[in-house]
Design a protein around this ligand. Structure first.
Ligand SMILES: Cc1ncc(COP(=O)(O)O)c(C=O)c1O
Length: 374
């Protein structure tokens, strides 16, 4: 079956009891044992370890990512933290420079507390990457990166990591598992903030890790999740399942809209630069064209005018885009990223867009009228 068909029909995987066309939520925290003291259903004993709805979503994400096993978490950051927590104290970690600020910020603080040797590396400099990987346990990358849309060649970087004996983990949130499957390109673990396009309705926090193999790393993270208790609630897992049913259609439309918007912005005289891998002059375009199947994603950034004040004027004049952080929902969002991460060298006139599924002409007209006023 094609992924879109699997997604659309995923919520129908079971409910033979009622005949309902949609699976029910399983809210039970604990599960009965029979008179013989054996669990009535051997798959379920306690909700910190087992939940049918969570399992169903994990199975679906494993198929989407073409991996061996997945684990669902109550947020993308909880998924990231769960993976890093399996690394030994003192381990060397290599982190791509200029990725999602929340990841950088947390990893910096975690590495310091755990006596880890953290190297933040410019992934466009292969010599620096090879140097940084010496003795490393893990390389963490994000492609396309948020908010600068830098594209990393996953297959090339996987080889570099493995030659150095390091694992490669990829944050696939901006690409989505519909456009890129890092595990098929050699990555060991892939993370998705399911809060974004996978759920797609800006109403659930969730995150996932998918592993290339059902190995000791997967088992370590699984035990840590059950024992430390970073479990997604069954209602959130069910909502995510509902969101996933329209995931493929939404991503297709978001990518089409984003491409047209990037083209329109690139042609506007008050836009000095557009960062979108679908543009032929983007430095990562060729790698993205090879690595991303079916579109270049829903995330793009651009410089609005030449100054902070001008970009704030543009964001203030937008009528259709909602001014809010996050991304991947059906509604288009705009954010002045420097307001959120003033410490990370983000250009002060950069606006980040998350493109939704609205009529693209409404979105282009909105951006054009705001930019025309500069
Ligand atoms: C690229 C990327 N990775 C990870 C995260 C963290 O995900 P969550 O907010 O679900 O914890 C975000 C959140 O914005 C993100 O943009």
């Amino acid at each position: 079956m094609k992924k879109i068909t699997r997604l659309v029909q995923a919520a129908q995987a079971f409910d033979t009891a009622s005949g309902g066309v949609v699976v029910p939520v399983q809210p039970a925290t604990t599960f009965l044992r029979g008179a013989d003291n054996q669990p009535l259903n051997p798959a379920n004993t306690y909700a910190r370890d087992h939940n049918d709805t969570v399992r169903l979503v994990e199975q679906l994400i494993t198929e989407l990512e073409e991996g061996a096993a997945s684990l669902l978490f109550p947020s993308g950051m909880a998924a990231i933290a769960a993976l890093f927590r399996t690394l030994p104290t003192g381990a060397r970690i290599v982190l791509q420079q200029g990725i999602y600020w929340g990841t950088t910020n947390w990893v910096r603080s975690f590495a310091q507390r755990r006596g880890m040797d953290l190297a933040e590396v410019d992934m466009t400099d292969p010599a620096a990457v090879v140097q940084a990987l010496q003795g490393a346990a893990l390389l963490w990358i994000e492609t396309p990166s948020n908010p600068m849309l830098r594209v990393i060649d996953i297959a090339v970087v996987a080889q570099m990591a493995h030659q150095a004996g390091a694992l490669l983990a990829v944050d696939n949130t901006a690409a989505t598992p519909l456009l890129t499957n890092p595990l098929t390109l050699g990555a060991d673990v892939v993370m998705n903030s399911a809060t974004k396009a996978m759920n797609g309705h800006s109403d659930v926090l969730a995150g996932s890790l998918t592993f290339a193999q059902d190995n000791t790393l997967y088992q370590a993270v699984q035990s840590d999740r059950a024992e430390a208790g970073a479990i997604i609630g069954p209602f959130e897992a069910w909502l995510l399942l509902r969101g996933l049913r329209s995931f493929a259609l939404r991503v297709e439309r978001m990518c089409q809209n984003a491409q047209k918007i990037a083209d329109a912005l690139a042609a506007h005289p008050n836009v000095p630069a557009v960062f979108y891998p679908g543009l032929a002059d983007h430095p990562g375009h060729d790698v993205a064209a090879n690595q991303m199947q079916g579109g270049f994603g829903y995330l793009l950034s651009f410089l609005a005018g030449d100054t902070r004040a001008q970009s704030l004027q543009v964001i203030g004049d937008l009528q259709v885009f909602h001014r809010a952080t996050s991304m991947g929902g059906v509604e288009s969002l705009v954010e002045h990223r420097h307001t959120i991460e003033p410490y990370s060298n983000i250009p002060e006139n950069l606006l980040r867009l998350s493109i939704g599924i609205e009529d693209v002409d409404d979105l282009i007209d909105d951006l054009t009228q705001a930019l025309d006023r500069l």
